[in-house]
Design a protein around this ligand. Sequence first.
Ligand SMILES: [Zn+2]
Ligand SMILES: [Zn+2]
Length: 384
Amino acid sequence: MGALRDFVADMLESHGAAIDPIEPDGLEVLVPETLRAVLGWPEFARLGFGAMAPSGAIPIGLEGDWLDRFGTLLGERGRMVERQLEPVENFAAPRDPDSLLDRAFDLPNAVWRLRDARPAWTRCLLLALRYTAISDEKREGLLWLGFNQGTGAAIDGALLNRLRAQLGDVTDWRAPDADTSRAAGPAWDAATVAARVERLVEHLVRRDLGSFLSATRRRLERDRGRVHEYHDDLRRTAQMKLAALGSARGEKADGERKRETLRIAAIEREYAAKLDDLRHNYAMRVNVDWMQGVTLFLPVMRYEVTIKRRKGERIVSIDWHPTVRMIEPPLCEWGIGVERPRLVCDDRLHLTDPGGQAPCPDCGKAWCRACHPAACPRCRAGAA
Ligand SMILES: [Zn+2]
Ligand SMILES: [Zn+2]
């Protein structure tokens, strides 16, 4: 409970409370009036954070509504924060940048050449999103994604995890100074961030929910199988009775024939209704909410790389992060860019996922979705 106690202590202090830790797992608090109403505590409160809490303490834990009440206190504060990491003193830059870049770049239709390398500051935006998936069961999760706004790269996977771990390890919080902020270049506008997040988030949520989705699909298949088996049996019995009547004539036989025919129709209707119920029960609704954003000002080793395709040339930047000793993936101007390969377009040398240069499904002409996001420039068929 140490982390929760530290968090509550920090938050109460920032709201003007006087606190005094008592061991084990407790806090004594002089609660200012503004907090008393929100938290429902007396002026002198003794709080307990674990099984060994001091006697007479108000038990505080992750269960109950304590987190909601603390959330009310925090309000919107801390939703967007800025933080600067210290430059790494005398870090050893990669000795062989060409082989480092060779692992980062996979350009099947272009070549690259290292042009320049220099230490720089960059600006990375890390975002925490919470998703809630509800079908017959519910699953919640938190996911992080990030972008290097200096190079345009998406930051995901091991690099993101290491950067976040690094943040947790450095307890000293430093706000960015004006020089660093300027050196790191401008922040993206809200529309650019929204467009980039939108591109990535569905992929990341689907990836996170992979086992939940397949378990749900299995339950749906199982129930569908049961429903089918049950109604199939009923229908087969009715059909056999109908067949047994054969071409028998007479009022009784006609009556039975009619009854079995109606029964079969009723069984089919019920089967369709049951399938509808299942579809409804297992339909998956996913909500994603933005929780927190951290703009990190990071020292990097910036490589400028010339990309060549046919007669065209273009310079892109890619950063190596000395704090975690990793290179980021190259930017991706269409698609999610979580795989390595990038195709380069003829006109403006955009780097895209391979699908971003695919042939048009209607007229067959290959076209760049970064140049023409809305539709095929030849036949105007919608972009896939
Ligand atoms: Zn293009
Ligand atoms: Zn076309």
